[in-house]
Design a protein around this ligand. Sequence first.
Ligand SMILES: *Cc1c(COP(=O)(O)O)cnc(C)c1O
Length: 353
Amino acid sequence: MNTGSWENNVRKVVPYVPGEQPKFSNVIKLNTNENPYPPSPSVRKVLDEYNCADMRLYPDPDASVLVNAIAERYGVKSSQVFVGVGSDDVLSVAFLTFFNSDKPVLFPDITYSFYDVWADVYRIPYIQKPLDSDFRINPDDYKCENGGIIFPNPNAPTGCEESLEMIEDIVKSNPGSVVIIDEAYVDFGAESALSLTEKYENLLVVQTFSKSRSMAGMRIGYAIGNEKLIKYMNDVKFSINSYTMTPLTILCGAAGIKDEEYFVRTVNKITETREYSKKRLAELGFTFPDSKSNFIFASHKSVPASEIFTALKERKIYVRYWNKEKINNHLRISVGTREEMDELFGALEGILK
Ligand SMILES: *Cc1c(COP(=O)(O)O)cnc(C)c1O
């Protein structure tokens, strides 16, 4: 008999809070780092040709068409690729698979705010290592006993890129744990750690279709690493849910990643707009670490970020603000189209004067 309250036995967690998705249109949405351009026209074609009767069938549990297309794009074996429902799903499976010791997992104090949520929900101990005053990672912080390491490169929400040498140093110093590099923004100008996966068994690189490939709504993420890492992740995934990727997702993802020309063209447009935006923001009195991502983490010299955030929202321009120690005077501004950014700068001129 158990006479206590059933609520004592609930897995209680404080959930991750995603950026706001406004329910009305005609907003300028620069708050969740989505791509301002539609996906490749080849994705449209898949939708046009899709036979709805195929929905009767379960999808391919291995998502082979998508896995093979990703493997081909990166010149790796299909057995080195794991796919999931956005990189959030991929990262969640990686936490469950690899961060499985009593020692703490290490990640920066200012970083993707889902890491501590996964650690909490899976009951994984963790320590957050402070970034320095320029928002940079100190590699020596990651050379102590640990049960795993994870950080994004470029980091979020700072946009800072860390060098491949520094990443290799950390991976090499930790043969006893898996090091995960979350490369959600790598396509916007940072160097990928993928080449190091050939050399180091304990390195897992995670990427996503949500930002550089304009498909946040389709939920496609992937991890690339040593075959053994991928096998262990698939064992865990197939112990929870075999059918995570819908047939449409698999087909759209494969078509999308094959259109390299479109990918390069849209990514270049965004990086050009980012560099233009850096100039305009500096002229308006903002400072920011040099961003290699599709967002800029900006602080104004005299007007508090919270005030700018509210004033922009009144003008239906959404950016991201965290009321959190060390970053509560910063705004994370996603890079939209040139036109959207000009609207933003016009609004900022009015707010700041
Ligand atoms: C956006 C983002 C993700 C998750 O993206 P998905 O849409 O789940 O693929 C993961 N890590 C970082 C750092 C991100 O910014």
